[in-house]
Design a protein around this ligand. Sequence first.
Ligand code: 5GP
Length: 193
Amino acid sequence: MELLKNRILTDGRALNEQVLLVDSFLNHQVDPELMEQVGEEFAARFADAKIDRVVTIESSGIAPALMTALKLHVPMVIMKKQPSRILKEDTLQTEVFSFTKNAPFQLTVKAKFLPKGQRVLIIDDFLANGEAASGAIRLIEKAGGVVAGVGAVIAKVFQPGMANLKGAGYRVEVLAPVRRLDKDQIEFLEEKA
Ligand code: 5GP
């Protein structure tokens, strides 16, 4: 998605070989018009996948996931990162290792928002090691749902998440695949036209 890649080149910043900052338009300050285009692009790519609902992981996945759900005309479900005091009954949980916090957390969702047999699309801001997406997949499958696809706004393809998910047979769509990062350098993977 050229518009997104150009925005990453203009306003994103590679901190080092591992971390890309996009907090001026994606995960701190959010550009709603860009998010709308992101939602349209995901909706087009998964138009044939018979999606019943979109699932994301709080908080950075919410903006792109909501726009995707809007364009697909389906509900969006937010998986929580902390077990809440009021979210006790009927919850599904799995441990996930956080890339940004470098610590584990409990990914939590109410089972009633993932009815059995639903075809679910996971949308997140980044795909790095794939821990967050794998946790979401475990919960969806535990609930009796079908993971119809995983969409990442940005994937750092030099980290193992994307390849592992594809290797496990999941459909993965990435809008901006990053091939290499270095301090203040960002390179995208060349894609087939
Ligand atoms: P994973 O679970 O695939 O290792 O990492 C995905 C999560 O970590 C994403 O939801 C995202 O919030 C965060 N993340 C991973 N890599 C980056 C990065 O380079 N920059 C930012 N801002 N967040 C990242």
